[in-house]
Ligand binder design. Sequence first.
Ligand code: TXA
Ligand code: MG
Length: 317
Amino acid sequence: MHLQTIVTDSPIEAAQLLNRGGIVAFPTETVYGLGADVFRPESVAGIFRAKGRPSDNPLIVHLHSPDRIGEVACGLNAHADALIARFFPGPLTVVLKKRSSVPGIVSAGLPTIGVRCPSHPVAAEFLKHCHHPVAAPSANLSGRPSPTDWRTVFHDLGGRIDGLLRGEPSTIGLESTIVDCTVDPPLLLRSGAIGVEALRELVPGLQVATSCKPGEAPKSPGMKYRHYSPEASIVLLDKPPESMPPSPASAWIGLSAPPAGFARTMSCRSSEEYARVLFGFFRACDAEGIDTIYCELPPEEGIGRAIRDRLRKAAGN
Ligand code: TXA
Ligand code: MG
């Protein structure tokens, strides 16, 4: 596959490429996405090809405004209405009943569909000029950490996609919180910047999906894939190590003061900063040939739950 990837700062030019059937990466506040017109199945198929994404892993549909949800989903209920009213636009995806007019390739054959309205101003401007809602997974090669800046998107997908809309680095750095509102009580499928505590203020009965056991059907198809992985191996720690790392090609990231003896360290002032820099840190470690990344687990509250989830997945747990 070799395409000429047009890199642009213009949301309108990027939208025109997409409206003509192209696949186009764009910034959002969570991570960069790789979009196609939801009603062009051959373009959506191009996303799966460009990423090397398994065809049974559904895509999230991105909308300019919640007013457009009815173009792709139906059967909203009180829980969905409350979450949408409070958290759209923002880093939340709600899973709803899919309209039959949406091609099955978008939802990987599921009768449901995830929808989200990004709050990022460049994403909003881009989506406003797209004729239809935009199906978009994260803009990385499948299995790699999600990209939080445009250069990383170009590194993974340059020459494999039609366009790349450049923006600032993503301010959140981890993928959206996903809540399945087609079940009662609603189910948290993936944690993100909107923590379970904030969700339960609106939906007190919210359940949290447990990762699936071998042979069991996953609640969210993406849960069964190894995700977010750097090439280095990941070691999870509750606190900084007391002794020097066994290999000089080791790195450390966490909330404590940086320990001595590591080739690269990143000490974050808050869980929010930890989330923002984590995937970039993984990528930088890979570029430097780091063989082991020691990651201090943050407290399990707010976005800390999402960081712990991504760290466990990166570690292959
Ligand atoms: O923040 C985000 O959500 C980013 C930006 C680009 O919006 N997108 C993103 O997409 O992370 P992706 O494809 O990398 O992750 C989507 C996840 C997958 O785990 C997928 O299985 C799940 O959402 N998903 C999508 N539709 C679903 C559905 N109908 N039911 C259950 N899970 C669904
Ligand atoms: Mg992804």
